[in-house]
Write a protein that binds this ligand. Sequence first.
Ligand code: PLP
Length: 447
Amino acid sequence: TGHAGRAGDAGHASDDLFDRARRVIPGGVNSPVRAFRSVGGTPRFLVSARGPYVTDADGVEYVDLVASWGPAILGHAHPQVVQAVQDAAARGLSFGASTPAETELAELVTARVTAGGRSPVERLRLVSTGTEATMTAIRLARGATGRELIVKFAGHYHGHSDGLLAEAGSGLATLAMPASSGVTVATAAQTLVLPYNDLDAVRAAFAEHGGNIAAVIAEAAAANMGVLAPLPGFNAELARIAHEHGALLILDEVLTGFRVGPAGWWGLEASDPAPDLFTFGKVIGGGMPVAAIGGRAAIMDLLAPLGPVYQAGTLSGNPVAVAAGLATLRTADAAVYARLDQAAETVSAAVSDALDAEGVAHRVQRAGSLFSFVFGQDAAATAPLDYAEVQRQEAYRYPPFFHAMLDAGVSLPPSVFEAWFVTAAHDDAAIGRIVEAAPAAARAAAS
Ligand code: PLP
């Protein structure tokens, strides 16, 4: 292995693999942002990953700041996680019946998401993807309240279920799509989209539609329009307003959960009143397909078989996937979170310094160990608070920056509207390579 050195072009292997993929897979990818549409060039086809590094089909190694879009907090192929997966696989891949490990994972999550001796997560139902988790949380909120409307925030991504795709950030922001074709008008009409961090807009929506709003859903800290933390007290006030009108708050911690801290973003804020429902994903599966809905027993027990709200899954609570999640959470101790915070601080500061040195106006956006950059004088002068403000940035500076980093052997998220993800395996050597690559990338962003 060695450094990438092909000036923006993938090696032959990735070019050939992408051509071949495009003949059988739409766009050559199984998730849109992977296609490099907003940064240009050929996506690297990866063949292995270890610690803070990924290796492409040409044998080129990159320091990875994607971390599988969040799950890999311990670094790739962590020995304890791999061992747990191998042991579980040897006992059988899937039973379609209950296993002891599912209860252990639910107990662990309940114990972690606790403040003042009480957990707002009294029950947990495992599913396979974050999309399923938020979709189920919404069905549950509708079932619990008998109401139809959902409030979401522009730029918040909650997966790709029909009702949650309006102004949804992430891949839609990357591809400049306001919403998805194929969603019925009737479904779209049941989602009210509001500007983030705007409690007046929330109060106005409840004043007008309060009697028919089932739930507000919000990312615990937004990280799918780049990183954008909530204003202090925002999540607590959301819960207060929702409760005042008999609605629920669903806090989406699919991305933040067990990444920004041992109890997720809610653990950092301990906002009170607590959210009614939580969604988790990514880290909870340690790189395997596990996600979850959690919350108060009175609401969660409305799920089948106890209650009238249906939800199910052939592979829900899959034993191999649960083993990966359990091993990841058990290994993610205070030292791991300290390491993530420190790596985020070092990398974001070094890149920010490099941009300053080249006179590239920008702001570092942080939410715990999650971070990203917004470009331009406006963003540098005033912190953006919502999707409209984030979209006004000088996004054109990111593609040349991204490719200069890639050429130097650093793999960033291929969109300015995504968070950067460090892992606890980002040691001095890996971080050193990022720091070394930053000045040339900043120069590319300046031009
Ligand atoms: N919710 C949030 C906050 C997310 O970031 C994501 C994925 O990025 C999802 C939900 C959807 O999760 P999945 O991709 O596992 O369906």
